[in-house]
Design a protein around this ligand. Structure first.
Ligand code: C2E
Ligand code: CA
Ligand code: CA
Ligand code: CA
Length: 281
């Protein structure tokens, strides 16, 4: 089942049909999917502590099983959700479902502190009530705030800066963790790291990919880890596929990692099984 869900996305091809009509149809389909939710699900990719090799949490990644088109990649339908405003109900559903799942898994072993990372679109930060929505989800599910990590891209910190800063400060007040996703791929200015209350830097997969070769990537990855260390932020390496990459990042002092080397994103049931039997990792 591991192989079936992933890597088999139907690429959404705008030239396949007359572009606009097709987009409108897909948007209508997404609206319907959000009404009954049975086509939407979350898959969970474990986050591994490099020092110990243990699972410390998961990242929730949304999946859409379209009745006709098959599995559609979030890389294709998230932009559509953003341009139609559907990202708000979608994002709220993801937050609630991922938080509920984290609480359910926490019950397996009360001594184990599991974290749940959720991707939050820049369009969701445009809602001044995002902190209220997050607080509501925490209250409804009983997930302790510090176990929820919201991942955002650098663009959130670079646009509508004052508004977004206010939202991020309210979120910190609630107690959730904040991570910068795809770190290093956005804008070159690092000045925003001084102003924004960020807990975690996620090193983009592109720096991890060629870490062993004769490229500057290893130096860049090391620099991001050191930047995180000197700013008191945790670092997560994304997209580890090989043992050599795992070793290199651990040697650099990177705290956490994700990637196919450990596990692909898994349906909830399989992710839960990994938790109960970590030897399966
Ligand atoms: P992301 O947040 O950077 O997530 C990491 C992506 O890399 C995921 O793709 C994951 O399946 C993939 N990945 C993980 N490990 C490896 C690896 O070792 N090698 C390779 N080649 N890929 C790996 P996915 O699930 O297709 O998601 C794509 C993007 O869609 C995400 O990138 C994120 O930006 C967005 N996305 C996914 N779920 C959500 C969501 O619930 N809300 C929002 N706003 N965006 C989401
Ligand atoms: Ca992410
Ligand atoms: Ca990422
Ligand atoms: Ca990425």
């Amino acid at each position: 089942a591991k192989a079936a869900g992933e890597g088999t996305f139907a690429r959404y091809d705008p030239t396949m049909h007359s572009g606009l009509v097709d987009r409108l149809q897909l948007a209508a389909d997404l609206r319907r999917a959000l009404d009954n939710k049975d086509e939407l699900e979350l898959h969970y990719q474990p986050t591994i502590e490099l020092r110990s090799g243990t699972i410390i949490g998961f990242e929730a990644l949304v999946r859409w099983r379209h009745p006709v088109r098959g599995m559609i990649s979030p890389a294709d339908f998230i932009p559509l959700a953003e341009s139609t405003g559907l990202i708000r109900p979608l994002g709220q559903w993801v937050l609630a479902e991922a938080s509920r799942q984290c609480v359910e898994w926490g019950a397996y072993d009360p001594d184990r502190v599991l974290t749940m990372a959720v991707n939050v679109s820049g369009r969701q930060f445009d809602q001044p009530d995002l902190p209220a929505i997050v607080a509501g989800v925490l209250a409804d599910t009983g997930l302790p705030a510090e176990r929820l990590c919201l991942e955002m891209t650098e663009s959130v910190l670079m646009t509508d800066t004052e508004e977004n800063l206010a939202v991020l400060l309210s979120l910190k007040e609630i107690g959730v963790k904040l991570a910068i996703d795809d770190f290093g791929t956005g804008y070159s200015s690092l000045a925003y790291l001084r102003r924004f209350p960020v807990d975690t830097l996620k090193i983009d997969r592109s720096f991890v990919e060629r870490i062993g070769g004769a490229t500057p990537d290893a130096a860049l990855a090391r620099t991001i880890v050191q930047l995180g260390q000197s700013l008191g932020m945790a670092t997560v390496a994304e997209g580890i596929e090989q043992y050599a990459q795992f070793l290199a990042l651990r040697r650099m002092g990177c705290d956490l990692a994700q990637g196919y080397y450990f596990s692909r994103p898994l349906p909830a049931e399989e992710a839960g099984a990994l938790l109960r039997d970590p030897a399966a990792l």
